[in-house]
Design a protein around this ligand. Structure first.
Ligand code: G7M
Length: 282
């Protein structure tokens, strides 16, 4: 993810308190599991809602995302040989299946924690039906914009990156120019070991999918870079807008995005969907 814009922007509409760059490791062993928010056998991911006792002694909500990571080619021979236990499950003629128990360092589960999590975070990760919205320029002014202004997620984490209070060691590139400056940093979704852009730093631009999201989750201008060969989440036609197309459209007509109708998907429980429904637009 690249964050565009100067580092000294005003912070408006911040919703969650604290906002520091985070302290210490999350006490996973103390997490009291409340429910499974979402689970995907295909993506090998599970989203959990749990609670831990905060500093005040009160139970505080947390979202914990567990994801089995893809195989790494370079560690396959270790996986097959080093301290790996193979337990026969069944055998039939030339066919057999096994349980393979690799050593801990080769069976990592990527874990993402949002703590303390707000009700909005819980809703964001809860599985929901989705509906397509067609938003005209008028709809944006009358429905979406007032909603964004009242509701947006805290972007403190973005300022922590821009001000080097968090993730400073992960910065890939920085342009400090006050007006056109940006920071290029890996999205926390990616396990850096398999992130192609990092690994092959010289990757050709023609192998990158470079795009903006509409709607984004966080309203601070940012651009997503993903490897073209990877079917990244969030690059579907109802959300991703290729940066090159956006630039072309704006060069053709600076008012382009104010004039045209934009399509995006909203989940059943989202307040914005309710607002569109109330206005008879969904
Ligand atoms: O376009 P949209 O607003 O949905 O994209 C925001 C992106 O920021 C998502 O892909 C998130 O995975 C990513 N992201 C969210 N948070 C809270 C963080 C964070 O703390 N650090 C980093 N590096 N990426 C984040």
């Amino acid at each position: 993810m690249a964050e565009a814009g100067g580092t000294k922007r005003k912070r408006e509409g911040e919703e969650d308190p604290g906002g520091g760059a985070g302290a210490g490791a999350f006490p996973l062993a103390e997490l009291c599991l409340r429910r499974v928010l979402r689970e995907s056998a295909r993506d090998k991911t599970i989203f959990l809602h749990g609670q831990v006792n905060g500093a005040s002694g009160d139970a505080e909500d947390a979202v914990v995302i567990l994801e089995k990571t893809p195989f790494q080619e370079e560690s396959i021979s270790d996986l097959l040989k080093k301290h790996t236990k193979l337990q026969l499950q069944m055998s039939n003629d030339i066919y057999s299946t096994y349980h393979l128990y690799p050593p801990p360092q080769l069976s990592e589960i990527k874990t993402t924690v949002v703590y303390p999590a707000t009700e909005k975070h819980l809703q964001k990760y809860l599985r929901q039906e989705v509906y397509l919205i067609r938003e005209t320029g008028e709809d944006y002014k009358n429905i979406t914009l007032p909603f964004i202004q009242s509701q947006s997620f805290s972007i403190q984490w973005v300022y922590n990156i821009l001000e080097k209070k968090a993730e400073a060691d992960r910065i890939i590139h920085e342009n400090p120019d006050p007006s056109s400056g940006f920071i290029l940093i890996p999205d926390f979704k990616w396990n850096q070991k398999q992130e192609a852009i990092l690994k092959r730093f010289g990757m050709a631009g023609s192998q990158l999918r470079i795009y903006l999201h509409y709607q984004p989750s966080y309203f601070h201008l940012h651009v997503h870079f993903t490897a073209l060969g990877y079917d990244a989440p969030g690059c579907s036609v109802e959300r991703a807008h290729l940066l090159a197309d956006v630039i072309d459209n704006l060069e053709l007509d600076p008012q382009y995005y104010q004039k045209r109708t934009l399509t995006f998907a909203l989940r059943a429980d989202e307040t914005l969907l309710k607002k569109f429904q109330e206005a008879g637009k969904a």
